[in-house]
Design a binder for this molecule. Structure first.
Ligand code: DON
Length: 304
């Protein structure tokens, strides 16, 4: 085992005993996750991949789709058009808050659900399938392999997604969403239901770390300016109402998801991802937060 993989093992074993929190249950299918699952992946320069723990385990990407769909919207529409529909300010509120700027109705940022639904609605396409296909193709380019939707999780999300539907109706009442609310939310549910592994998320993060070039495939996925915009918003908003303390303790742009994934980016150095289903009160993975914090300390990754 190479020395860095040995350190990753050590970091993972250091958090294995943490048993606080519980898997998300408001999406019924996510409550079935095995809470003991734990994996960690790091992708560095030249696409060198290191993975430890339950590395074969896949899980739905959930909110970690949000920065990548933001990247696609920025690439398709440009920054000004995106900012007309969604802000770039930390909300200090939970991920599912009713986030509407007075007057404009713009959600605070693209990382909370309201902002992510608005961002997803900017992806061009004729209906749910067409828009989802663009999103799947885009996120697959970030991951360097073909991703697909977990139909059971999608059905579970869609079947219980009244709060997101309500958010989308509010957005449409302000003209933040121009077209069909149904198409917007079902596309958003499908993007959240894409299956990934910790390795995939680390490759996706590394693509942002290396200015939009996937270091495993060598393909340019988005322009450098787009990757920088996405990382800026992840830095201020990626961990919801824990974003400030996360920046203080870990010092890296990051994004969490309610299935227990967590991705962090050390610009020009690494994409890092952890998976562990038990969540804290912010909806962030308890052991994911702890293990990435320990890696940031160990490798001196804090940006500041
Ligand atoms: O819309 C939802 O509530 C989920 N599909 C995604 C939320 C999420 O991942 C929040 N992250 N911690």
């Amino acid at each position: 085992m190479d020395p860095i993989t040995a350190l990753l093992h050590e970091a993972l074993e250091g958090v294995r005993g943490l048993d606080a929190g519980a898997p998300a249950s408001y999406i019924p299918e996510l409550a079935n996750a095995d809470p003991e699952l734990l994996s960690l992946a790091v992708v560095g320069p030249h696409g060198r991949v290191r993975v430890v723990g339950d590395v074969e385990q896949d899980f739905t990407i959930q909110s970690i789709s949000k920065p990548f769909v933001l990247a696609l919207a920025l690439a398709d529409r440009g920054r000004d058009a995106v900012l007309r529909k969604v802000g770039a300010e930390p909300s200090g509120e939970p991920f599912n808050a009713i986030s509407l700027e007075a007057g404009t109705g713009r959600p605070a940022n693209p990382m909370v659900n309201a902002g992510a639904i608005a961002t997803s609605a900017l992806i061009p396409g004729d209906g749910v399938d067409d828009r989802t296909a663009r999103i799947v193709a885009g996120l697959s380019a970030f991951a360097g392999r073909s991703l697909w939707v977990d139909e059971q999780v999608y059905a579970s999300e869609s079947g219980t997604g009244d709060r997101n539907r309500a958010l989308a109706h509010l957005l449409r009442s302000y003209g933040v969403i121009d077209g069909s609310v149904d198409i917007a939310v079902e596309t958003y549910f499908r993007q959240c239901s894409l299956l990934v592994t910790a390795r995939d998320l680390a490759v996706m993060g590394a693509t942002l770390a290396f200015g939009g070039i996937n270091p495993v495939t060598g393909d340019r996925v988005v322009a450098e300016a787009v990757a920088r915009d996405v990382l800026s918003i992840m830095t201020s908003c990626g961990m919801y109402d824990y974003s400030g303390e996360w920046l203080l303790r870990v010092g890296l742009p990051a994004k969490s998801g309610v299935s227990g994934g967590l991705m962090a980016v050390a610009p020009s150095q690494f994409g890092v991802a952890a998976f562990s289903p038990r969540l804290d009160a912010y909806g962030n993975s308890v052991r994911g937060v702890a293990v990435i914090e320990s890696l940031s300390e160990r490798f001196g990754m804090h940006l500041l």
